[in-house]
Design a protein around this ligand. Structure first.
Ligand code: ADP
Ligand code: MG
Ligand code: ZN
Length: 656
């Protein structure tokens, strides 16, 4: 990467200049603290809130990154109520806006929204109020769509602007500006332009919980802002990985220096650690949907009786089925997806939030932004989320009240491939760059699931550019140790040098896979040494590989193959099968294959989980007696059943 240095300018000097906005002798300090206590009724600031409020009140552009529930709203609401003039807040969702306005009004603060029809009397009333010399409204909420489409609204803004009565422009959920974010909105993208034409020089505040360096950079670019190197700082996580992470290829987004925004468009940057101490992350292997469902229902009944939670499903159909299943098991569940009409959806959300009628929502990711329920005790993903980021956001809806909550993800390779097929049909020919982004996202989340060694938190936070010491997970005060750290603590996982095994696979693929199509499962069958007819059909070409890895479980062989794909030694090629609607993925040599084939110094490490000792002995004898026999499928079934039993036992012991 040639332009490595250039990438760093955005977030390079994120240093802890703690004193900078932590003073108590600003002109605004007294009034600010008074409002904080008396109007908002709060006692102490959360990390970064105090500093961000000060920076805003000093008239600076501010960029705030805090995890969901971190308390971003206060960072603009508090400055808004003590500033002269009106603060405009752009927010993506009507329901979110209505909710916020209600909350502010309940606190006795004057806020309104301009969602209603431009010709309605509501709109007119607000209009009349805003053009008064000193309007009573301190906060006005709008959607970007309205802002882009309503001339009348623009006129209000112009009127206020010309009188110097706009104190701040706030872009909430600012990641919607970026097409790399998980929630891109075209109207958001226009906000940068709109700001510079409609209200240049009005201080701006951007807020988001989306933290990947790529999205961050893009938000700044779109909003025509740049991070002020002298004054950006973070707290609680000095060990930023920024420079390392920006190593990932985000080059097209970085402007050359003559395109950089002018100095007055600098903004200060505040960031909370994204670690959610009270969330417990776990990944379970999904043998089948029905087995997973059974586990979920048992888990809810025993550990989360009368507790609220979300089960994320991959499709509308799945939502319906899952909620039916849970209902049959005596759990008050309801489906929620985009295929339902607005009223039903709203009712469901209402029941779940405010009553005992519904405890568990079985939802697609349509159920998301705008949920503000503090006591969500679990978030379960029945199927693989679309990205690590999506997973962080979705699971992050648990435990906003700060109490311990469970984030459980069910994973298997079929789900990963299902996503790849979906993405392929959706984007492959139409939008190659979106296609690649989505494939990369799936690769990343699958890698997260597959990794049984590294701390879950460390994996998630690394993605967001934060170094996390697993010791904090292991010694978590709330006992929210992740599943991998638990294994690590019990010394049940061991790391092996599998370079030889990897070479067997890579060489095998090199030999046969340029002209023959093998799926991961098929390849694993051969390596394991299975001998069903389908394998034998192609076997004459792949004899070199046959049963060469019979000492590994088939599941582990598949994981190893996927690991080699993640590392670029192998790759998957998606092929659309004619005469059917499906896409299959076949293994080929990856871009890094020549490196390992030509370089004897590369070592590949791979982690295996030790089962309990006894079980291991049993298995070894089984493997030996079954190996090379036609009955080897049985072994798989036995293994699967055992896996179900052990995890059931585990669930049970957890409960007791
Ligand atoms: P975000 O927008 O970052 O997801 P919110 O601004 O909606 O988070 O705040 C989440 C919750 O935390 C809200 O219920 C809010 O009232 C509460 N909150 C925010 N700041 C504080 C604070 N300093 N002390 C106590 N509660 C707070
Ligand atoms: Mg918010
Ligand atoms: Zn951990």
């Amino acid at each position: 990467i040639e332009n490595y240095e250039q990438i760093n300018w955005l977030f390079k000097d994120i240093k802890d200049s703690s004193d900078q906005f932590r003073l108590l002798n600003y002109e605004h300090t007294n009034e600010m603290l008074k409002k904080f206590r008396n109007s908002f009724g709060l006692k102490s600031f959360r990390p970064q809130q105090f500093e961000a409020v000060n920076a805003a009140l000093l008239g600076l552009n501010v960029f705030i990154l805090m995890p969901t529930g971190g308390g971003k709203s206060l960072c603009y609401q508090l400055p808004a109520v003590i500033s002269k003039g009106v603060t405009f807040v752009v927010s993506p969702l009507k329901s979110l806006i209505i909710d916020q306005v209600q909350k502010l009004n309940a606190l006795g603060l004057n806020a309104c929204h301009m969602l209603s029809d431009v010709d309605s009397s509501d709109f007119d009333q607000i209009y009349q109020e805003l053009v008064k010399q000193e309007s009573k409204f301190k906060l006005v909420y709008i959607t970007p769509e309205k802002l882009n489409n309503s001339n009348k609204l623009r006129n209000v803004i112009l009127n206020l602007y010309n009188r110097g009565m706009i104190s701040r422009l706030v872009i909430d959920e600012a990641h919607c500006v970026s097409q790399w974010g998980h929630d891109f909105r075209t109207d958001y993208k226009k906000m940068g332009e709109l700001r510079s034409t409609l209200m240049p020089n009005v201080p701006c505040m951007l807020l988001t919980a989306t933290a990947t360096p790529r999205v961050r950079n893009d938000i700044l670019m779109q909003m025509k802002l740049r991070i002020s190197e002298e004054s950006s700082y973070t707290s609680g996580n000095e060990n930023r990985l920024e420079s390392k992470l920006s190593n990932r290829v985000y080059l097209p987004l970085i402007p050359s220096s003559n395109q950089l925004p002018p100095n007055n468009q600098k903004c200060v940057f505040f960031m909370q650690s994204f670690n959610r101490e009270n969330l417990q992350y776990k990944v379970e292997y999904k043998t089948s949907n029905s087995a997973a469902l059974e586990k979920i229902s048992e888990l809810i009944k025993s550990r989360f009786q009368n507790k609220s939670g979300i089960v994320y499903c991959i499709s509308r159909n799945e939502c319906e089925q899952v909620s039916e299943y849970l209902k049959k098991n005596g759990i008050r569940a309801l489906p929620y997806h985009a295929g339902m009409d607005d009223k039903t959806r709203h009712d469901t959300q209402y029941k779940w939030t405010n009553s005992n009628e519904c405890k568990v929502v079985c939802a697609t990711i349509a159920f998301g932004m705008g949920i503000d329920k503090p006591d969500v005790c679990f978030v379960i993903h029945l199927s693989l989320p679309k990205s690590l980021e999506g997973f962080y956001q979705e699971s992050g809806r648990a435990g906003r009240d700060g109490r311990k909550a469970l984030c459980l993800l069910f994973y298997n390779n079929q789900d990963r491939q299902k996503w790849l097929r979906i993405i392929s049909t959706e984007y492959n020919n139409r939008n190659p760059s979106a296609y690649e982004t989505h494939v990369e996202n799936i690769r990343r989340i699958a890698q997260y699931c597959d990794n049984r060694i590294d701390c879950r938190r460390a994996q998630i936070l690394e993605y967001f550019g934060e170094i996390f010491d697993r010791g904090k997970c292991i010694e978590s005060k709330m006992n929210t140790i992740c599943d991998n750290c638990e294994l690590f603590e019990e010394k049940k996982s061991r790391i092996l040098d599998v370079t030889d095994k990897a070479l067997i696979i890579i060489k095998g693929v090199q030999k046969v896979c340029h002209n023959e199509d093998f799926t991961i499962a098929h390849l694993a069958d051969i390596l394991k040494g299975f001998q069903n007819s389908k394998i034998i059909e192609k076997c004459h070409n792949s004899l070199d590989m046959h049963s060469k890895l019979s000492d590994l479980k088939k599941n582990d062989i598949e994981r190893l193959i996927r690991r080699l794909i993640f590392m670029g030694y192998l790759k998957e090629e998606l092929k659309i099968l004619k005469h059917s609607d499906t896409v299959a993925s076949y293994i080929r040599l990856g871009p890094n294959a020549s490196k390992i084939l030509n370089n004897s110094t590369i070592k590949i490490q791979f982690e295996l989980i030790d089962d309990s000792q006894k079980k291991n002995e049993l298995k070894n004898t089984q493997v030996i007696s079954i190996r090379d026999s036609d009955d080897s499928d049985i072994e798989e079934i036995v293994n699967e059943n055992e896996a179900i039993k052990t995890s059931k036992k585990k669930t049970n012991s957890e409960l007791s």
